[in-house]
Design a protein around this ligand. Structure first.
Ligand SMILES: NC(=O)c1ccc[n+]([C@@H]2O[C@H](COP(=O)([O-])OP(=O)(O)OC[C@H]3O[C@@H](n4cnc5c(N)ncnc54)[C@H](O)[C@@H]3O)[C@@H](O)[C@H]2O)c1
Ligand SMILES: O=c1ccn([C@@H]2O[C@H](COP(=O)(O)OP(=O)(O)O[C@H]3OC[C@@H](O)[C@H](O)[C@H]3O)[C@@H](O)[C@H]2O)c(=O)[nH]1
Length: 344
């Protein structure tokens, strides 16, 4: 059953007065934007889009755990761009107008690698970024996740659903971490009037994903190009809905620029079983490759598909790129990075 989330738009207090430093711009930019996790997959595409606007000055803070300077190489040295090696579990002092807070490992193998660090990143990292937002009067957007719905008992998932999450499982550092991060966002909003935005991101794919990061689309494409079996984790009937990264970035910017706090689902409602995904990749990239069933990991959600009515209505956003059109764009990037030419 869907549950009510109450009225998210009414803040108890007016927003804090921005710091006077907010108006002392280094350049003639109108907007100084901090992107935490900006050296990662989604973050670096977001930076590309934000940098297209000459009125934006972009500061990236990243500890390079799963991200890389390479993703931002075209901006290093640009007068409107700054890259800081920084871990968000430590406070950060910068003067900005907007904060896109993405810093957090997203692939299950990485977030489970050091679960204590993952939960610290989600809780202390978000607390630090909210403290920064409060001091400088910045608007802050959190990239939350479809994992807040856990192994969902309603389908598709709408924002009013409170989720079905194991609080002590191996994924909890991430999904409970993001749930606490959402709570902190709303507490700062109600208690201190901070302008918040929460995006619940569903599985996103595209160029620049770490080749061996363990997520399903990157795994299957890399396996197909290396002539290795596509590893479908049992039972293979579990579903996901895959959003191409440029659609995701457009949705995040619309949410930041709009008037709604969220949480708002941002994802592509096209739903596929993992067997269907493997078949699509096989047909598209390497028809000779084998599909192999392998053991799954605990608490793997059995179904996932966003209800994006809110995004359509409130943000006037919907994804444009279908899986069959997005996979070849990612294939090109993986071929280049793996050194596998098309006629191989
Ligand atoms: N890609 C998806 O399918 C998806 C789905 C739901 C939510 N999200 C969220 O979107 C955000 C970006 O995901 P992504 O796919 O680009 O992942 P990613 O792993 O490519 O990027 C995460 C970035 O955060 C950085 N980071 C991690 N911990 C940090 C810390 N303590 N301090 C500073 N930087 C740190 C990493 O080095 C990396 O550059 C994450 O918050 C993730 O939870 C992603
Ligand atoms: O090689 C693989 C990898 C994964 N899988 C399956 O593919 C599905 C998707 O797995 P992924 O690891 O790509 O991602 P998940 O959907 O489990 O988690 C993701 O959800 C949303 C985000 O917050 C994160 O990016 C990530 O946690 C799972 O059912 C998994 O069992 C395979 O069948 N084979």
């Amino acid at each position: 059953m869907a549950q009510s989330n109450g009225d998210h738009s009414s803040a108890a207090k007016p927003p804090p007065t921005p710091s006077p430093l907010r108006f002392s711009k280094f350049f003639q930019s109108n907007m100084r934007i901090l992107v935490t996790g900006g050296a990662g997959f989604i973050g670096s595409h977001l930076v590309d889009k934000l940098m297209e606007n000459e009125k934006n000055e972009v500061i990236v803070a990243d500890n390079y755990f799963t991200g890389s300077k390479d993703n931002l190489k075209k901006w290093i040295g640009h007068p409107r761009f700054e890259l800081i090696r920084h871990d968000v579990t430590e406070p950060l002092l910068v003067e900005v107008d907007q904060i896109y807070h993405l810093a957090c490992p997203a692939s299950p193998i990485f977030y489970k690698y050091n679960p204590v660090k993952t939960i610290k990143t989600n809780v202390i990292g978000t607390l630090n970024m909210l403290g920064l937002a409060k001091r400088v009067g910045a608007r802050i957007l959190l990239t939350s996740t479809s994992e807040v719905y856990g192994d969902p008992l309603i389908h598709p998932q709408e924002e009013s659903y409170w989720g079905n999450v194991n609080p002590i499982g191996v994924r909890s550092c991430y999904d409970e971490g993001k749930r606490v991060a959402e709570t902190l966002m709303f507490d700062y909003h109600r208690q201190h009037g901070i302008e918040i935005r929460i995006a619940r991101i569903f599985n996103t794919y595209g160029p620049r994903m770490n080749i061996d990061d363990g997520r399903v689309v990157s795994n299957f494409i890399a396996q197909a190009l290396r002539n290795e079996p596509l590893t479908v984790q049992a039972p293979g009937t579990q579903t996901r809905s895959f959003c191409y990264v440029s659609d995701m970035v457009d949705g995040l910017i619309k949410l930041m620029e709009g008037e709604n706090t969220g949480p708002i689902n941002i994802g592509n409602p096209g739903e596929f079983t993992m067997i269907e995904l493997a078949e699509n990749v096989k047909e598209l990239i390497n028809p000779k490759v084998e599909i192999k069933m392998v053991e799954n990991t605990p608490d793997d959600p059995r179904q996932r598909k966003p209800d994006i009515s809110k995004a359509r209505e409130l943000l006037k956003w919907e994804p444009k790129i279908k899986l069959k059109d997005g996979l070849p764009l990612m294939e090109e990037d993986f071929r280049l990075r793996l050194g596998v030419p098309r006629n191989n």
